[in-house]
Design a protein around this ligand. Structure first.
Ligand code: EPU
Length: 423
């Protein structure tokens, strides 16, 4: 099994090119189920999760041809199969995004109900609530959600839950509504830039969506969608992770393509910590001097501080000069990295959905276990500054969301080796 062996201590300097966003690419790939003719997607990141989505879509009758790095041509060859099986869905929760397109385009969707995962329960009740409101029939058969509708009908749908809006739920309901009869209004829609990118893709295909990027999205149903060309937006979570890599190593990085306007909550917290973050002509530049100030962080749906950067900023706060408080309001159990960071000399105390981070002078290398994608990224960041060697085990978690992370970091001065280790 792959491990990342990190020798800490190097200051990172140079430029890193930010990839296309994983969480935009996944629903956009699912949306190609709608497209008549050819679709060409560019800046598609080469990630384990993207390859998994492509495998699922191939089983649903789509064909993919890579035209070069990041560019893929998609075509719908056969519309018979409407079943995304548990074997596939259990490997990646985002596969649930095929539900909306299948139901709208093929009148039926059979999608395995995803189970819990390392970051929490992750229910899909709001997705189903949206489909029911549009007029679908729902049944649960052998752990599969089975939805059917001859014709969906536009309506008003409230998609807020106990933990705020839902990102993939908004994507699913928005996609289900694009061919529905009449107007659909989604209230309390997720405002994430990835949802806007999906809406812009669908509009290029002929959909009529307005208000995306706000909590009130309006969809006027159309008859059909045709393929188009689209470039996936840059990944704000990858950019945020590398910004924190610059900060934790007292380095100086230019994050090419990164869009500061999608990262204002992150930039605000980094600046409060004492990190210098500036808009550059081609992206964002991030550098840091020695002293890090402690801060309070609360994760929230966009435009708040993203839960997908909580583990990474916690690694940074381990080295702040004082006590920080991190409160996780999106996935209150997303704290499996806490015990691992403590193995590296951090002083973290979890109290329910909150972690008190007592700053320490240094971290020390240790073998640690990656539990999910972003937790692993936090451990890699800690390894970059820890004294000695850190072994981040189960590196496959990180490959789900970061393309060639060790190559990118080594190119700016890190010392990371991918090794095969028996667990
Ligand atoms: N929720 C419900 N009911 C639902 C759906 C969600 O109660 O039907 C709750 C969740 O349990 C959670 C909150 O609502 O407490 C927000 O979950 P959301 O549905 O927004 O999460 P998601 O769509 O499953 C996406 C990203 C995650 C990211 C979250 C939050 C994709 C493919 N995944 O997940 O990304 O953490 O939004 O921003 O877009 C990652 O990239 O590492 C990752 C986990």
């Amino acid at each position: 099994m792959d491990c990342l062996e990190i020798t800490g201590g190097a200051r990172l300097r140079g430029a890193i090119e930010i990839n296309g966003s994983k969480n935009a690419a996944l629903p956009i790939l699912a949306a190609t189920i709608f497209c008549e003719g050819e679709t060409i997607l560019r800046r598609v990141p080469d990630l384990a999760d993207v390859r998994q989505m492509i495998r699922i879509l191939e089983k649903l009758g789509l064909s993919f041809e890579w035209l070069g790095p990041g560019a893929v041509k998609v075509r719908v060859e056969d519309e018979m199969n409407c079943h995304a099986e548990y074997r596939e869905v259990s490997k990646m929760r985002a596969s649930v995004c095929v539900m909306g397109p299948l139901l709208a385009k093929r009148k039926q969707a059979q999608v395995a109900m995803p189970g819990g995962c390392a970051i929490g329960d992750r229910p899909v009740d709001l997705h189903i609530q949206g489909m029911l409101a549009l007029g679908a029939d729902f049944d649960l058969v052998n752990g599969d959600m089975v939805l059917r509708a001859k014709r969906l009908k536009g309506t008003e749908i409230f998609l807020g839950g106990a933990f705020g809006s839902t990102v993939t739920g908004t994507a699913n309901v928005m996609m289900a509504a694009v061919l529905a009869e009449g107007r659909t209004i989604i209230e309390s829609a997720a405002c994430e830039p990835e949802i806007s990118d999906l809406a812009e893709f669908l509009n290029k295909c002929g959909a009529q969506i307005t208000g995306h990027g706000t909590p009130r999205v309006t969809i006027d149903g159309v008859q059909s969608l045709r393929g188009c060309e689209h470039t996936i937006l840059p990944d704000r979570i990858e950019a945020g992770t590398f910004a924190m890599a610059a900060a934790i190593t007292n380095g100086d990085l230019l994050l090419k393509n990164a869009r500061i306007e999608h990262m204002l909550a992150v930039v605000d917290r980094l600046r409060k910590i004492g990190v210098i973050v500036e808009r550059a002509e081609t992206g964002i530049s991030v550098s840091s001097s020695r002293r890090l100030e402690p801060v309070e962080i609360t994760t929230q749906p966009y435009p708040g501080f993203p839960t997908d950067l909580q583990a990474q900023i916690m690694a940074l706060l381990c080295l702040a000069d004082g006590n920080s408080v991190v409160c996780e309001k999106v996935f209150p159990d997303r704290y499996l990295h806490v015990a691992e960071l403590n193995r590296m000399g951090a002083r973290l105390r979890k109290e329910g959905p909150t972690v008190i981070v007592q700053g320490v002078k240094r971290l020390v290398g240790a073998p640690v276990m990656a539990s999910d994608l972003r937790a692993s990224a936090g451990l890699v960041l800690a390894g970059l500054i820890a004294k000695g060697k850190t072994m981040v085990r189960r590196a496959y978690h990180i490959d789900r969301g970061y393309e060639k992370i060790e190559e990118k970091l080594n190119a700016v001065g890190a010392d990371i080796r991918r090794v095969d280790e028996e667990l």
